[in-house]
Design a protein around this ligand. Structure first.
Ligand code: C2E
Ligand code: CA
Ligand code: CA
Ligand code: CA
Length: 280
């Protein structure tokens, strides 16, 4: 048993070692990718009750010549632990604003579609955040009213006074805020209402569990009802089936995002969708 314990340890140690190596490689490649053209953004539509696109969320993609396609769930943690998320965040924001200007804002609708960009808690906590956003808006001449920032609960709950100050500054600039991945801390809707937040995005895990758990549907119903009572807009992410859509409509949720409508799209593809409705 002792022998086996030892070899298990060695195996574990080797695996740990190689995973540290892999992480270092990823980090090195990520750093080199900054400022090149390995990153791009795809845009996933947000759809209203009438099947019209009211905006989209920018989702980062990394196409590394050495490593291939790396999904954000893999590179964002590395970017955060290395601090490279800050220059990366500036790059992807610039890029998303430019593409939106070029393809989407040019269209002549009455209601201009809103662009949502993700901020990790690390980015939101950074002292330069507000200045960075301001600079990106000025550089591209982007209308702040058409920008929404998606921030997770943990991002604003860590240092609440500081967070409130930043959110107020962003709000004064005209930028709006959505709480991303909402749903694990139900009680904090009460806290969120003290912040200048416009939108609650219900985490897709609740929809995934709809079929298996009655509790999930009770929770979504409660979140939607309470959010509306508190004056928030509610967006459901990860809508994949008609059953889920019907459930959400019945529960009073009016904005949807998910594979049922579209996956994240190249900007030209998104732009071509504005003239169509997803359902009559
Ligand atoms: P998120 O902000 O919660 O984004 C939703 C994720 O769900 C996206 O994954 C999206 O492609 C995926 N998704 C959309 N519709 C469906 C659906 O119907 N079913 C399912 N199962 N999934 C769906 P993606 O693009 O891989 O991004 C993963 C996460 O990486 C994002 O989660 C976000 O936290 C982070 N991320 C992506 N782009 C950026 C970025 O530019 N900056 C930062 N800081 N984080 C980013
Ligand atoms: Ca998001
Ligand atoms: Ca999510
Ligand atoms: Ca997330």
């Amino acid at each position: 048993a002792k022998e086996r314990g030892k070899s298990t340890y060695q195996m574990y140690n080797r695996r740990l070692h190689s995973s540290i190596q892999a992480r270092r490689t990823l980090e090195r490649q990520f750093e080199q990718a900054l400022g090149g053209n390995e990153f791009h953004a795809l845009f996933q539509p947000k759809v209203d009750r009438k099947g019209r696109i009211i905006g989209a969320e920018a989702l980062a993609r990394w196409n590394s010549p050495e490593l291939g396609q790396i999904p954000p769930d893999q590179f964002i943690p590395v970017a955060e632990s290395s601090g490279l998320i800050i220059p990366f965040g500036r790059e992807i924001l610039d890029l998303a604003l430019r593409e939106w200007q070029r393809c989407v804002c040019a269209g002549e609708g009455e209601e201009k579609p809103v662009l949502a960009v993700n901020l990790s808690p690390f980015q939101f906590g950074h002292p330069d955040l507000v200045r960075d956003i301001q600079r990106a808006l000025e550089k591209t001449g982007f209308d702040p009213a058409l920008l929404e920032l998606e921030i997770t609960e943990t991002g604003i709950m860590r240092d609440q006074d500081e967070a409130e100050k930043k959110l107020l500054q962003l709000n004064e600039m005209g930028v709006s805020i959505a709480i991303d991945d909402f749903g694990t801390g139900y009680s904090s809707l009460k806290k969120i209402k003290d912040f200048p937040v416009g939108t609650i995005k219900i985490d897709k895990s609740f929809l995934e569990n709809l079929n298996f758990s009655r509790k999930s549907s009770t929770i979504i119903n409660a979140i939607i009802g309470l959010s509306h009572d508190l004056g928030f807009s509610v967006v459901a992410e990860g809508v994949e089936t008609l059953d889920q859509l019907e459930f959400l409509q019945e529960a009073g949720c009016n904005i949807y995002q998910g594979y049922l409508f579209d996956k994240p799209l190249a900007i030209e593809e998104l732009a071509s969708r504005f003239t169509v409705r997803y359902y009559p």
